[in-house]
Design a binder for this molecule. Structure first.
Ligand code: NAD
Ligand code: DAU
Length: 332
């Protein structure tokens, strides 16, 4: 199998590349190394003989066309991914997540040799749900500029299947967590703030609910979909393990032996979706299920951040300080 992976220097993408190489695939890894990607995320596989890293932009049509000629499948992770950044300024989200996806789809269509195009969408495309869980056929109702851009990309991918017969498979995972996640995201931010002697900034009342899946479980599901998914199919991917953000903060504090005085309630995220929930029966019917329980996964994650200070400290310095001030104000 010869794969073009986009965004393989980021969080989920790097775990996926690790898995694909272990399975004997050849991987061309196209990543722009934005603030969210890093060579230090790929240290253990960067020089692997079956891995070719290309620093470049998914919006670069010539480059994408050239890389597409040498592969038989595409796994597309590259995106601007952080909701709070999309609320500050959404332009890059539209350009990367929507137009970048278009460039990849168009190149895949033109080469005519792509057997699978696995498009990584998100559960956020459905928008919030107070009770029950979304199924794959439910309408999309995204809230943030990030989610709206991902919804555009998701539907473009589907349109390329319907219109041109491109063998697209769409997957909509819920919130991932685990090693190598950028410290702008909730779980690593909470852990690393505590490690720095700072508080956990909880938006609003902390009642918002998210469904958490350990990144290695997610990657197992993606690998399975690459082999077994129905072409043109769409698959939710979640653990069904949900927690309010307040419960999540308490779990992290418990693991780190700290008390709730380390929580600070801060101004809510604008348009903050109250709850996400997706029904994953379709991918489960192919044989996937999550294997890592939340307690075990969270302990592993806390341990990883404790032992990889160099990795996250540099990501929390420089520009991140300005970003942090914009989102959280001066109080933290
Ligand atoms: P991430 O932010 O950690 O990594 C994104 C990667 O894409 C980075 O390495 C970055 O350098 C690269 N990139 C950005 N713009 C690029 C461009 N123009 N050209 C080439 N590379 C570019 O992201 P993640 O959290 O690993 O998410 C990966 C994918 O999964 C995204 O599509 C995201 O929407 C989706 N997703 C993420 C989660 C989650 O919880 N993290 C859940 C569901 C879906
Ligand atoms: O659901 C899948 C999505 O999960 C992915 O598509 C996105 O790329 C990924 O970033 C993530 O989006 P969320 O907005 O759910 O994740 P985030 O880690 O930013 O926040 C998780 C929850 O924690 C959310 O309800 C907001 C809250 N939160 C977050 C931060 C950063 C806080 O209370 N305080 C914070 O400082």
């Amino acid at each position: 199998m010869r794969l073009l992976v986009t965004g393989g220097a980021g969080f989920i993408g790097s775990h996926f590349v690790r898995k694909a190489l272990a399975q004997g695939a050849e991987v061309v890894n196209l990543d722009l190394l934005t603030y969210a990607g890093g060579l230090d995320t790929m240290e253990d596989f960067l020089e692997h003989p079956n891995h070719r890293f290309v620093k470049g932009d998914i919006r670069d049509r010539d480059l994408v066309m050239e890389l597409m000629k040498d592969v038989d499948s595409v796994v597309h992770f590259a995106a601007e991914t952080h909701v709070d950044r999309s609320i500050l300024e959404g332009g890059e989200f539209v350009l990367t997540d929507v137009y970048g996806t278009y460039v990849l789809l168009e190149a895949a269509r033109r080469t005519g040799n792509i057997k699978r195009f696995l498009h990584i969408s998100t559960d956020e495309v459905y928008g919030p749900i107070e009770e029950g869980s979304f199924r794959e056929g439910d309408p999309l109702n995204p809230s943030s500029p990030y989610a709206a851009s991902k919804a555009g990309a998701d539907r473009l991918a589907f349109a390329f299947h319907r219109t041109y017969g491109l063998p697209v498979v769409i997957v909509r995972p819920s919130n991932n967590y685990g090693p190598y996640q950028h410290p702008e995201k909730a779980i690593p931010l909470f852990i690393t703030n505590l490690l720095e002697g700072k508080k956990i900034p909880l938006y609003g009342t902390g009642e918002n609910i998210r469904e958490w899946v350990f990144v290695e479980d997610c990657v197992e599901g993606l690998w399975l979909l690459l082999q077994k998914a129905q072409v043109g199919g769409c698959y939710n991917l979640s653990s069904n393990f949900e927690l309010s953000n307040l419960e999540l903060a308490h779990k992290i504090l418990e693991i780190m032996g700290m008390d709730e005085a380390w929580i600070e309630f801060v101004k809510d995220r604008p348009g903050h979706d109250i709850r996400y929930s997706v029904d994953s029966s379709r991918i489960r019917s192919l044989g996937w299920r999550p294997r890592v329980g939340f307690e075990a996964g969270l302990k592993k994650t806390v341990e990883w951040y404790k032992t990889h200070r160099d990795w996250w400290e540099k990501r929390k310095s420089g520009d991140f300080q300005q970003y942090y001030k914009k989102v959280y104000g001066g109080s933290l």
